[in-house]
Write a protein that binds this ligand. Structure first.
Ligand code: NAP
Length: 245
């Protein structure tokens, strides 16, 4: 759909809406694609935000966390409201900017909406980063990643549950565990629990939780390290991309 209001285009803005809170494994029917919405391809007068055309949207475990009903304030981010559009990292192009850090045509990544165009305003613009792509890697990379006969020095945990239990038994003395996520637990009615915590004491292992929001300032450094390694084939990555149009 496309119409003109003065010289400002109003176009269709397809969105993915959360129908209702999710318990257990998320189903397609928990969400609804709504094609009736529209957006003005013009920033509101005086707006210091950024209007972005989205190219890629991330569908990952974080989204499930916010689809679940939780008491307000009990987590670092509240649940989505049923009936509202889902938000998460995306990669897109700046359509219009009222923020001096961005200009029309810039490629950006950051928190955006599951929709064709997003108006990103207020503190949300702080999570928006300009993509310089000097390493010429696929754009979708920007929204995002044995056996140990001698034991494990450092474990970056994204799985939790049985995996974490197995790792705990195989940690080296004075090893370290960075707890980032526990995806094996998110869709269970009752968490499985971790049984081998005694290893933390016996092997003097440190386990610490991390939240990405506290490390955004290191993102540039991360790209400087990882992108050349990908280009040189020293690191590989796997992405599962679905076409939504
Ligand atoms: N601490 C933080 O600030 C922070 C921020 C963002 C994400 N996270 C956490 O980081 C982890 C990865 O998130 P992501 O955004 O990278 O997700 P992602 O790209 O969607 O990857 C999820 C991965 O988990 C695997 N997986 C799914 N269920 C599993 C299970 N029961 N046991 C083992 N593996 C399973 C999937 O394997 P298949 O593809 O084979 O299904 C996939 O490889 C999650 O635990 C998430 O909560 C933490």
């Amino acid at each position: 759909m496309e119409s003109e209001e003065g010289v400002t285009k109003i176009i269709r803005n397809k969105q993915v809406i959360l129908r209702d809170y999710v318990s257990g494994f998320p189903k397609e029917s928990d969400m609804q694609v709504v094609s009736s919405g529209t957006i003005k391809l013009k920033l509101p007068e005086g707006c210091e935000g950024v209007l972005v055309k989205n190219f890629y949207l991330s569908c990952d475990p974080y989204v499930k966390g916010r689809m679940t009903k939780r008491d307000p304030g009990s987590r670092y981010l509240d649940s989505f409201n049923p009936g509202s559009r889902i938000s998460r990292y995306g990669v897109g192009k700046v359509w219009e900017s009222g923020d001096p850090k961005f200009k029309e045509g810039d490629l950006v990544w950051g928190i955006t909406g599951w929709e064709e165009y997003s108006l990103i305003t207020g503190t949300a613009t702080q999570s928006l980063f300009k993509i310089h792509n000097t390493h010429d890697v696929p754009l979708l990379l920007y929204w995002n990643s044995w056996y140990f006969p001698e034991g494990i020095d450092i474990y970056f945990d994204n799985v939790g549950g049985k995996m974490l239990d197995a790792v705990l038994l195989n940690m080296k003395m004075n090893g370290r565990i960075a707890a980032c996520g526990m995806i094996s637990q998110y869709n269970l009615e009752q968490p499985e629990g971790v049984h081998n915590l005694l290893s933390l004491i016996m092997k003097q292992v440190q386990l610490k939780g991390f939240l990405v929001f506290n490390y955004y300032h290191l993102y540039g450094k991360f790209l400087e390290t990882v992108l050349p390694a990908i280009k040189e084939g020293k690191r590989t990555y796997v992405e599962d991309v679905a076409d939504a149009c």
